[in-house]
Every structure is written in structure tokens, then in C-alpha cells.
Design a protein around this ligand. Sequence first.
Ligand SMILES: [Zn+2]
Ligand SMILES: [Zn+2]
Length: 177
Amino acid sequence: MKCYISQMDNSVPVISRADARVAGHTHFFTGVPCRNGHLAARFVSNGSCIKCAALRFKEFLESKPPDYARNQMRYYRANHPAYRLYERTQIFAHTNKIEFTIDSADICIPEKCECCGGFFAKTFKKYQATIFVARIDERIGFTRSNIAIICRQCKKIKTGATVAQIEAVLKWMKSRL
Ligand SMILES: [Zn+2]
Ligand SMILES: [Zn+2]
């Protein structure tokens, strides 16, 4: 669950840790500066101020080799094909200015393409090449109810075509092949 408090600081309404927890928020705000003088929200989970946590994380990264963060991300992507697919789709939506409201948890790679029933390859490299998040109705964006995980070939056939056009091509193919 995304928390409304996490983004803001001074203008955040004061809410106690207990109330925030009951409301399902991940953050709370006391209105009192932390021991390092930050007037910022705190995590419900451990009570830490978000600014202190950010500084601690920065120090942690600085204590690591320079490409540590990048390698961690690379490792994560390699082991989470669904996340990689999510990112790739997000970039596609962004460059093409298409609405994108799904989040990484909405993408779950099935065993096979829901269009043609073809099995997806198991290795990450093949996932890259064959799996796509397609929009069911291309007039609207990538929303939770409008996405389907299908193979490259099915996506190629479907993209930009209407049902009538695909039917016409099918009829033509059958008559000529
Ligand atoms: Zn602090
Ligand atoms: Zn397919």
C-alpha cells in the first residue's frame, strides 16, 4: 500500500504512530523534530525519521564500492524477470506518452501466452525476447484491467489492428495458403 505521508514533510497532518498503523499508513508524523533536528515523517515500522534513514542509506552506499548499487540492481533484475518486464513496459509507455498506472506487483509472468498458448522460455534472456505486456484495448493505457502478458508474435499481430482487419487477413491467408 502506498502511503500518502511518505512524500511530504512539514505540511503533513500530525498523526500518532498508533493511529497511522491502524489506518494502514507506512509513515506517521509527530510534528516534533527528530534528535538530529529533522522535521519529517517517520516510519511506522521502526520509528526512524525518513531524513535520518536517507542519510544512513547514503553513508551505507558511500562505504561500498562505487558500482555497488548498480550491481545490486543488475542482480535483482536478472533474478526478477517480472520486474524487468515491468520496467521495460514503463519505459515504453513513457516514451510513447501512454497512460501507465500499473505497478510491478500487477505483472506476473504466466507459463504460456494467453493468446496462442505457446510456452514462454524459462531463462531470463528468452523472457526478454519473447514476453510482452500488451494492452488489450490499445485506445487506453496500461491499467490493471487492460493488460495481458503475451508473446512477441501475438503482440506483433495484434498491435495496431482491429478485429475486422485480423479476420480479413486470416480469411485471405486461408484462401491463399
Ligand atoms: Zn532525522
Ligand atoms: Zn502468443
